[in-house]
Ligand binder design. Structure first.
Ligand code: ACO
Ligand code: LMR
Length: 264
């Protein structure tokens, strides 16, 4: 009984990594072996799911998304915040964090919100029109729909590259998202299925069909914001690039010209 009473509780519990005989392990596998035999996409996807990826299709989609989303020009809000912070003399992590803190419901962080809508709607067999009307009535923007640059006549070249990866498997979530887009673009040409919305649908269909996740597992991923992870990891590469570029250029402290700010 004493042993039980004297048992000390561990401070942490983890399932994804450890150390065996002095060798770091990931999901029970020797990390140095995994690093020489698998891609970063495989490691990221497996670590984020908490179990090894089953399908090469999933790995390929994560790999492509990680590359497609690294940057989208110095114009976007996250990159601007990183550049401004770098020009204010701040360090790498502070400048990167400034850009990362911009990721949210409107910029880059709509993947998870879109995944929730696509998942809930397909699970409950809702009609795309119901969703579009409901959001319009509540004056709430549909996550995964709309873009400041792209529109029907200027499509986002990244979206078909991602969606083409799941042509060969059942894709009810992508079908739903595309049917929503048909309705929203009929209202306004810029209300296209954006890369956040497309990535959400592609990942849902892959996790369902290829990784064999059940509805409870998908719900848990949505509740923990899993679907935003790819954008965050990928765009960190571009934000670090913008920070280093500004430092290389020796760009001075940024200040908006008075005429660029409207004060009523
Ligand atoms: N759902 C429904 N209606 C929308 C949406 C949307 N997602 N986006 C814009 N609209 C409507 C607005 O209600 C407005 O209608 P109104 O003229 O009748 O008032 C009209 O479209 C224009 O609205 P704006 O805010 O000017 O549209 P803007 O082009 O500036 O918005 C944005 C672009 C910010 C991406 C917006 O579409 C949005 O917030 N979408 C949802 C969030 C999202 O998916 N973000 C990810 C973008 S891609 C990325 O970051 C990688
Ligand atoms: C994107 O990659 O689409 C985002 O950076 C948003 C944008 O306006 O480019």
């Amino acid at each position: 009984m004493d042993n039980l009473n004297n048992r000390t509780h561990s401070l942490f519990t983890t399932t994804i990594s450890g150390d065996v005989g002095g060798e770091p392990t990931v999901l029970g596998e020797n990390l140095t072996r995994l690093a020489t035999t698998h891609s970063l996409a495989y490691l990221a996807g497996s670590l984020w799911l908490g179990k090894p990826l089953k399908s090469k299709k999933t790995e390929k989609a994560i790999d492509l998304a990680l590359k497609l989303l690294v940057d989208h020009g110095p114009y976007v809000s996250g990159a601007v915040n990183t550049m401004i912070t770098a020009r204010a003399g701040r360090d790498l992590v502070s400048s990167l964090s400034s850009g990362l803190l911009t990721i949210g419901p409107r910029f880059g962080g709509a993947v998870n919100g879109a995944a929730k809508i696509w998942f809930d709607s397909v699970s409950n067999k809702l009609d795309p029109g119901e969703i579009v009307e409901d959001y319009a009535k509540r004056k709430v923007y549909i996550p995964g729909i709309g873009h400041r640059k792209y529109r029907l006549d200027i499509p986002d070249p990244r979206v078909p590259l991602l969606t083409s990866l799941i042509e060969g498997i059942p894709h009810p979530h992508l079908d739903f998202a595309v049917n929503v887009e048909k309705l929203t673009t009929a209202k306004k040409p810029n209300l296209i299925l954006n890369v956040d919305g497309a990535l959400a649908a592609v990942m849902l269909d892959l996790l369902t069909h290829e990784e064999k996740l059940d509805k409870d597992e998908l719900k848990t991923l949505i509740e923990s914001e899993f679907f935003n992870a790819i954008f965050v990891l990928s765009r960190s590469v571009g934000l670090i690039g913008h920070y280093l570029d500004q430092k290389r250029l020796g760009e001075p402290l940024f200040r908006l010209p008075d005429h660029d700010v409207f004060t009523p």
